[in-house]
Design a protein around this ligand. Sequence first.
Ligand SMILES: Nc1ncnc2c1ncn2[C@@H]1O[C@H](COP(=O)(O)OP(=O)(O)OP(=O)(O)O)[C@@H](O)[C@H]1O
Length: 922
Amino acid sequence: MSRRDERRRKVQAALEEFRRSVAAALGNAAREHHRLAEERARDMFEVILRGDGVDRALEDPALAGALAKPLFDARLASALIDRVEAFREWSEHGPDQLTALVGEVADGPASWPPEAWLGSAGTADGSEGVPELWRIGTGVVRTAPEPQRFPVAVPLLDQAHLHVASVPDSRATAEALVENLLLRVLSHFQPGLVHVHVWDVSQLTGSLPGLYPLTRAGLLTVHDPARLHEMLDELSDHIRRVHTGVLVEGHQSVRAVSAGGRRTEPWHVAVLFGNRQPLREEHQQQLQRVARNGLAAGVQLFIVDIPITVNSPVETVTVHADQSASCTMTGKHVAVALDPPLPRAQVPRACAVIADKREERRTRFGAFDDLLPEQLWTESSAAGVVTPVGYHDGEPVHVALGDTSPHALVGGPSGSGKTNFLYAMLGGLAARYSPDELELYLLDFKEGVSFAQFAPGRKDPTWLPHARLVGVNVNTDREFGVALLKFLSDEMRRRADAAKQHEVTKLEQLREEDPEGRWPRIVAVVDEFQYLFGERDQVTQQATQLLEDVARRGRSQGIHLVLCSQDVAGIEGFWGKSAIFEQFTVRIALPKARRVLAEPHNDAAVELPRWHAVVNHESGVRPGNEVARIPDATRRGTFDVLQAELFRRRPSDLPEPVLFDGGRVPALRALPDFRALRAGEVNPTVLLGQVIDVAGSAAGVRFPRTPGRNIAVLGSLAEDAAGVLGSAALSLARQHEPTAARFTVICLAEDAQPHADRLVKQLCNTGHEADLLGLEGIRGLLGETAQQLRAAATSALAAPQPHYVVIYAVDAAHTALEEKDPATRTSGLDHLRTVLKHGPEHRTHVIGWWRGVQRLKNSLPPGVYDDIGAWVAFDVQGKELLSFGPEQVMAWSPRPRRGLFFDRFEHSRPQVLIPFDTGEES
Ligand SMILES: Nc1ncnc2c1ncn2[C@@H]1O[C@H](COP(=O)(O)OP(=O)(O)OP(=O)(O)O)[C@@H](O)[C@H]1O
């Protein structure tokens, strides 16, 4: 081989080597490039995959090619694993938890399948709670790795309104949803607890036809498409009424009022079907108001296809064109398959069953016993008292007395059932609230004894444990009304002071601050109260003042007045006093009652059937009207049976109510003030009669050794005078050891003789010595006594023996007493005047009866009447008494068995007194 060839071969080899090296380098670069490109593609793929979500990516046609390539398998697998991981918690527990939750808070028809309840009437009355959720269908999170089904339910009654939005293709499904929910609700509760209202913008009839059987039972009202405002007005009235009548102070909702017990107010479910057009502006606003305030009052809206924003909790269900739904309860990721429509034929049948049951209840309910709670005495009166008093369509109608509805006015002509109404109301209250929660003061000005039942009687020894005072037959004793009002006013002040001490203003707060204290609410009922204001006198003046005081300020101290009247004029005379009547926000009008409601716009009482009442908590304005049928509460087997049961349960230390019976003569010996008298009293108290007050206390005059401590009784009847003289002497006898005091009884009139004889015997029976003298003995006694007194005046006798001179018909002795002793030139009259003048300082007191004012004056030195310090006048005209008492005596007009009592030392104004029955001789 030539050298040239050799060189060439080497060059070629070198070139070959070079080419190989270059090719190798290029090959490596290309491989690296390819690897990087693939890596980048995988990253890009993962970015898209995770960014869009695995589910969407898997369905994205643009990614179909890429997904088919094995290149991305690993990344897809890892994303799928991550997704399973992310859903693990939900997949393992979520659906089961939701199923359990719905089962727990949505018992019975609220969530069970229709086969289990459709066709049976509900039994729940709210006392076992209200379902928190109501089932609408089945949900699924479609995107979950293992989609599992779970029940979907929405909050309704008291909690949220329902808004349903559909498209034309899914409207039928939306209507089925509404029907489904309505039947769940209707079938859950006792018929009558749910009322349905339907308004459909485009149909007079047709919407929810399956529900029509409810109409005959008054449970469904279908409203005219052109009259949406009427339905909204009705709902607004209802809401207002609930707010003023049921939601008494402290309660925010009907649910709170009914907490733990039977639902007191039915729910009103109003279904509005729209056409996706907005409502007229005024309807919008009215609907928004109903939505805002309705839930608390039990008004529930189902709004279908009406664009509206409401400022209160709303649950929205949107039904899509494919009939699937989504709702705000579960959020957009949950697809809801709504429950299928209820079987067409079964809905009206189920509604008929509910309507029948309702009718049956309506006719069954309404007796007195239905007003009573299952358990007696379980309610607290802290915020007020409330009781059903009657029924409207089988539903109870309540009367509430509390801080916002403090006092009630009840009116109706004679025989319209006022007394019966009061029995129904008092029965309902007494059964709910224990005597520690409620006290009753009952006063009846009628001639009759309508409240006598509440006090122990001869035939029926039971009494109403809540009654602290029962006044019957008080028709002429208007002072008793004043006494009651005075008592209430004092009690109000006592409560206000206690509240002040605890730095609170109301009874409810006081009860919180002083949980150990006893602060019952007081309900004071005055029947035929117009008698109180019957005359233009001081009683009327005092009563007006006190009534104003109690009416204005009683509310916050838990003192409530219930005033009843058959006499329109009686009420009318008072309308001018708006300061008083403004406070009487609760108005009860019995058939034909006038002026009780706010006439002329509210004449509901005119058309009222027999045994019904309009109950109104809004001062009588029309929207506040509730008509109730009042059960018979006065026939045997009603109130009396309840009273016997309450009596049996009464606390053993509860005292009997004070009974004030205007027709009864009080017995001296039964009187606590008499029984409390003890021997050994230095300045004894003379009891003259019973004053008209709530405590039934005695009218007393004290006998210290002071001039003027003599007592005169004025009047023509021996019987009246004897009652006063007898109780005076017997009460004095009780305050001295036997024989420690001297009693001289002088009788100068035949008609008084039996009384005097009896008194002497009674005194002797108590161990005292009592002389009985007549006309022949009086002069001697007075002369001897006057002489002793004159002697005592100069010899300062330390402790004279008390001597009580009781004289029946002093004036009968005048002629005899006027005669002068020829020797001393003094007359018996002079002796009498000496005894009256100087006796009391030496413990000699005259208790005498004069048969007229002038006759008394004749016994006294002309124009000087000071020696009579206290007197009781019976059938004597007021003006005659002016010389002996203050100006107010002028107002006195005599009435049978009543005296006017005045003690110059103690009183600024006279008091009316009832003479005692001093009992038999023994
Ligand atoms: N709701 C009722 N159901 C059945 N009977 C009733 C009812 N209300 C009243 N009564 C009967 O009607 C009669 C008169 O009733 P009530 O005494 O209550 O009327 P009143 O308005 O108080 O009359 P007055 O003022 O004359 O006493 C009574 O015999 C009573 O039993």
